[in-house]
Write a protein that binds this ligand. Structure first.
Ligand code: NAP
Length: 546
């Protein structure tokens, strides 16, 4: 018998399936996992809560949704034909274009037949006797599989704050991360947006175009830099494609998996203030978060260096926003630039120069409740016809814990991670054999080009499963000490930077009660990849294989 294949016999019941691997999620990660594992000859079932493929790009249909990684790079590299045949229209792709691309991939590689849509996982339990995972779902479907590949995404557990009275509001309520299929209309309405992270900052300028009045309820200002999005010229795209493999390789050698403007080589003190400012201006004009954050080596490790850039961007905000009092409210002062995920916008700060847009500083006038007709703050009532929450996610761990995962001895993942996730290489957590997490906590994931990290993880998993098949192995778990050491390394690397200082979703600060642990690995993609390669070269060092 092939040791990778599940031992449970196939059931004829329509609500019970068996597979070699069950993949949860049909976004970039899940689709590629399905493709790779099928190519290994495995029987794969993919479970997806949405009615279609796309993952985050299915749910985030809000006005203005756009990627902040260049489109030519935010795409799969695994198929030269695919990357040659697809044409991107803009420097940074919009949500509809990315979703169209993902749908194309699903079609082109015939992946839909393996996906069960509109099916949310409600539990995942490891059976030690059968050496199988059993996943149950909200539709009654049960799947038994030897391997469980969690491709449920890092930013998929949307979070709406528990503001009193929210159920009473008579108008439509939206969350940026759960945007409905049916078109939402805001023309001539009085609209409230709560939240000014990356999502809010994209939505707000778009809504200002159509809304009668727009009220932005801001708790904490964020740094945002101009995207300077533009149509892609046919020639520049052709040139890029001609060198696609080389471009991908160069990108994989950078810390964030993107080409950018090249890795910085010198720290801020190596140039005088005038030269530095010239560089900051050039980067600001070039546009894109990555460009602005990467001219010097010490920007995310040294407070003084960071403040040179922080002050530059604060100056830009003050120059764009005409009303100085409003500008001051928009200027971030509570964190070092880049230590919370920096936002990328098109005309965000300019929006506040419009008469019908009002910034409500809810630190000065806290929201007391939501009424039938709007939002009540300590200063008065804001009449609203529609309300949008752009209030973020229970990031990285949230989607995994939501599946109610139980490992060996009935151990709940939620209990194992009560003080923070421990995941060897961000891939496998001990006590949960044969569970692979794609871009899990402790891997570069959200700290770079997600598609790049997804491909690297899925390749690792597929190679590992091939190794297991070839060596007649059926179980993989991580060594508890290797996992501890890796978690400690992830923490130490983060401590060398300014990242842990910010109250960001990177440390779970946006979720009351969530343990404060720095979730992604910030040692850079090349260092991470080399570690994975060394682990494999040393016979899957740190893993237990049976
Ligand atoms: P986010 O960055 O977590 O921002 C959430 C916003 O909601 C913050 O302004 C937060 O304020 C506010 N908020 C949360 N709870 C609140 C409450 N009870 N009352 C008032 N305000 C509240 O979430 P996001 O904007 O959805 O972005 C999440 C991540 O998704 C991004 O960092 C990025 O990685 C990704 N993303 C990327 C893009 C892109 O590629 N361009 C676009 C969208 C999202 P506080 O700061 O005070 O908590």
């Amino acid at each position: 018998m092939n040791p990778l294949q599940g031992s449970t016999p196939n059931s004829s019941a329509p609500d019970h399936r068996t597979a070699d691997a069950v993949v949860v999620g049909a976004g970039f990660a899940g689709l590629y996992a399905v493709h790779k594992l099928k190519n290994l000859g495995l029987k794969v079932v993919c479970l997806e809560a949405a009615p279609d493929v796309g993952g985050t790009w299915f749910w985030n249909k809000y006005p203005g949704a756009r990627c902040d990684v260049p489109s030519l790079e935010y795409s799969y590299s695994f198929s030269e034909e695919l990357q040659q045949e697809w044409t991107w229209t803009e420097r940074f792709a919009s949500q509809p274009e990315i979703l169209a691309y993902i749908r194309h991939v699903a079609q082109r590689f015939d992946l839909r037949r393996d996906i069960v849509f509109s099916t949310r996982v409600t539990s995942a339990t490891f059976d030690e006797t059968q050496k199988n995972w059993t996943l149950t779902t909200d539709t009654g479907l049960r799947v038994d599989a030897r391997f469980f590949i969690a491709a449920s995404g890092c930013l998929s557990a949307a979070r709406t704050p528990d503001i009193p009275g929210v159920m009473n509001f008579r108008g439509p309520i939206y969350h940026s991360g759960q945007w409905p299929e049916a078109p939402a209309r805001f023309e001539d309405l009085r609209v409230g947006v709560v939240g000014t992270g990356s999502s809010g900052i994209q939505i707000i300028p778009e809504l200002a175009r159509v809304a009668l009045q727009l009220f932005v309820f801001q708790r904490t200002p964020n740094f945002s830099v101009p995207a300077r999005n533009r149509p892609l010229q046919r020639q520049e795209q052709a040139l890029f494609k001609r060198h696609y493999p080389q471009n991908r390789k160069r990108a994989s050698e950078s810390n964030d998996g993107m080409l950018g403007l090249g890795a910085p080589t010198e720290p801020t003190p190596s140039v005088d203030e005038l030269a530095r400012t010239r560089t900051y201006i050039a980067r600001w004009e070039h546009g894109g978060a990555a460009a602005v954050l990467t001219p010097y080596t010490d920007l995310l490790t040294d407070r003084t260096a960071n403040e040179t850039l922080g002050e530059f961007v604060r100056g830009k905000i003050r120059a764009i926003v005409r009303n100085p009092a409003i500008a001051e409210k928009l200027v971030p002062t509570d964190h070092y630039i880049g230590t919370k995920r920096i936002c990328q916008d098109t005309g965000y700060y300019e929006t506040f120069n419009q008469e019908h847009v009002k910034l409500v500083d809810i630190r000065q006038e806290p929201i007391s409740r939501i009424t039938e007709t709007g939002i009540m703050t300590s200063h008065g009532h804001y009449d609203l016809d529609a309300l949008i929450f752009a209030t973020g996610y229970d990031a990285v761990t949230g989607p995994l814990l939501a599946m109610n995962v139980r490992g060996k001895g009935g151990l709940r993942l939620a209990d194992k991670w009560a003080e923070g996730p421990k995941v060897y290489l961000g891939l496998v957590t001990s006590g949960f054999p044969n569970l692979f997490i794609v871009t899990g906590p402790g891997s570069p994931s959200v700290k770079g080009n997600m598609v790049h990290s997804i491909e690297q993880h899925v390749n690792f998993i597929a190679d590992c499963l091939a190794h297991m098949r070839d060596n007649r192995l059926s179980l993989i778990d991580s060594d508890i000490e290797a996992e501890e050491r890796w978690s400690e390394h992830v923490r130490e690397v983060a401590e060398r930077t300014l990242f842990p200082l910010a109250d960001s979703w990177y440390v779970g600060a946006n979720i009351p009660g969530k343990p404060r642990v720095f979730l992604p690995y910030v040692g850079g993609i090349p260092a991470y990849r080399k570690t994975c390669e060394r682990v494999v070269a040393n016979g899957y060092e740190g893993f237990h294989l049976q």
